[in-house]
Design a protein around this ligand. Structure first.
Ligand code: PLP
Length: 405
């Protein structure tokens, strides 16, 4: 199937709307992606025809809902290149997935003197849970620096890894800069010192094929809303044997084997970590989104790389514009600054032209401090963006640059 971006855009109703009288140019995909009609329809269908609580129901609707929910787990497993779905835990999103690991794995494995190795480009969601786990256990957070181009300093990473390193947690892709980290290599090095590895896959999952067996990590988290699915649903994958040995995260229905006032026993993964009624519609919508994306993934990536190359060239031609993050391996995310202009003003002026970008620290305050800047303006692309939109962005920025000069 040829990659026809104009036809594909028809699948995303919101892309047809206008903003401030201009056609919407949505370049805030790293914050959240738009949803194809098939996902919106799946949510409507579920609530109009299929709504019932999952598991243990003996009536048809409950059986159907359970089947659809569990089928969604199978789709997630396929999306991650896994043969079995048991390690796929439905959570609210990457944030909850990382918190789950920091709380349960952190509580049982971290001791005083242990080190948790993070990189300077992490999202707050992959920093703060570890800071709290470190405070509680007496472990220490150690940070791998980032080079001026926005890459993890691999020399420093090698140096900082030691037998004290109990956990390494890093982003597969930086949300602020677009850098693709060498995740398999970083995992291999961490494993060589016996560390457990968590990868925050939030920004990777929407851009290229993720093959967990090839990465070799122990935990991987991503959010549905960044991968063309609904908000409120995400996935934490963990090695089943590690998950089964962890204490539960929350307690209640569905995660128990037997409850007695004399004591309670818990189920294995994934149910062990899915206390209470899950986001059934969310899981079903996510599966539809992932299936939609999977059929277009290879072409989508090539198309996005074209957008990245074109946007980089056009933006670099603007006087006084500086790119922040110039790693050779990037997804289509461009962070930049314009001399004399505050990122928030750039964002507001672009909005007047119907162009949605994000400005500020991008939930990466330590990275901004590390780079010596308060924040950036960030245009982040998805596979439904077009070269015409790159042009609109460049033309608008040129106008803004003149206003700011
Ligand atoms: N990690 C990264 C790299 C992100 O970009 C984000 C969101 O921007 C998160 C984690 C948190 O994701 P969520 O808010 O969906 O839990």
């Amino acid at each position: 199937m040829a990659f026809d971006v104009a036809a594909l855009r028809q699948d995303f109703p919101i892309l047809g709307r206008s903003v401030h009288g201009r056609p919407l140019t949505y370049l805030d995909n790293a914050a959240t992606s738009q949803k194809p009609q098939v996902v919106i329809q799946a949510l409507t269908d579920y609530y109009t025809q299929g709504n019932a609580n999952v598991h243990r129901g003996v009536h048809l609707l409950s059986e159907e809902a359970t089947q659809a929910f569990e089928r969604s787990r199978e789709v997630v497993a396929r999306f991650l290149g896994l043969k079995e779905s048991r390690g796929c835990v439905f959570v609210r999103g990457a944030t909850e997935g990382i918190n789950l690991v920091a709380e349960t794995w952190g509580r049982t494995h971290l001791r005083a003197g242990d080190e948790i190795l993070l990189t300077a480009l992490e999202h707050h969601a992959n920093i703060v849970p570890w800071q709290v786990a470190a405070e509680r256990s007496g472990a220490k957070v150690v940070v791998v620096p980032v080079t001026p181009r926005g890459e993890v300093d691999l020399e420093a990473y090698r140096r900082l890894l030691s037998p004290r390193t109990k956990l390494v947690a890093f982003a597969h892709v930086s949300n602020a800069l677009g850098t693709v980290n060498p995740a398999a290599e970083m995992t291999r090095l961490a494993k060589a010192v016996g560390a457990t590895v968590l990868i925050d896959g939030c920004q990777a999952a929407a851009h290229f094929r993720v093959e967990l067996p090839a990465l070799g990590c122990d935990f991987y988290a991503f959010s549905g809303h960044k991968t063309f699915g609904p908000t409120g649903i995400g996935v934490l994958w963990g090695r089943p044997e590690i998950l089964d040995a962890l204490p539960p995260y929350q307690f209640g229905g569905d995660m128990i084997r037997k409850v007695d006032f004399d004591g309670t026993t818990f189920r294995e993964a994934p149910e062990r970590f899915e206390a209470g009624t899950p986001d059934i519609a969310g899981a079903i919508g996510l599966a539809v989104a992932l299936e939609y994306f999977m059929t277009r993934q290879a072409d989508a990536h090539a198309h996005e790389q074209k957008l990245l190359a074109a946007a980089t060239e056009r933006l670099l031609a603007i006087k006084g514009l500086r790119l922040v993050g110039e790693a050779p391996e990037k997804v289509a995310v461009i962070s930049f600054l314009i001399e004399g202009g505050h990122p928030h003003d750039i964002g507001t002026l672009l909005d007047a032209d119907g162009i949605a970008i994000r400005t500020g620290h991008h939930c990466c305050m330590p990275l901004m401090k590390h780079l010596g800047i308060p924040g950036t303006a960030r245009a982040s692309f998805a596979f439904y963006n077009t070269l015409e939109e790159v042009d609109r962005l460049a033309v608008s920025l040129e106008k803004i640059r003149k206003m700011m000069a």
